[in-house]
Unconditional design. Sequence first.
Length: 246
Amino acid sequence: MSYLIDIVLIALSAALINNFVLYYFVGICPFIGVSRKVEMAFGMGCAVTFVISIAAIMSWTITTFVLMPGAPLSAWVAGFFVSSESAAKIDLTILSYIVYIFAIASSVQFVEMYVRKFFPLLYKSFGVFLPLITTNCAILFACLKIMSNIVGVDDPADAWDLGRSLTLAVFGGVGFTIAISIMAGIREELELCDIPKPFKGAAITLITGGILAMAFMGFTGVDSGLKKAMTPAPSIEMKAPQNTAQ
């Protein structure tokens, strides 16, 4: 039951409460650049969700088996050159940025080839923004967030498994899709409005994004209330009164 509660809270937090774009302000480039049309924004959100999911699986696997201190694969390789005690202390997390960027880039290349083959019109509408998913900091942020919950925990039993990591990635992508789709719908409506000249263009877009971020602040505290509601109350044992009569 505790594991299911964790999964629900991670999903809800990544999608709404701590939305990657509107709470952490990562992935702003595609959020602003590809949110002119709802169809294009939704397609970009789906592409980012797929890439972030693949990158999360790769990053969790590499972190668990290679990068973290005492990782089995790195310790096994180092065992040929140093003692087993020294091999168990090897920490390769300093390479995390490089490794994660390579994982993200390979995932983006796969998505780009797939979209170019089966959705050529969508590929043309994306333009330069599809290859730029490689530098989308929301994906790198998810990988680093997963690493912090694997390496940065005091108790190894609290380290995230693949299920928690994949939940964060998938629903982080869902949250990105929700945010960019809402932003695209608002911007389509703004094209029909009489906007003052000083606010046209990037100004009204950034103002709209700020108001949208403030609106999502309304979800603050939902996770703690939901956790309290889902956690079963501890049972209280009733003790029978003792007979003190002599």
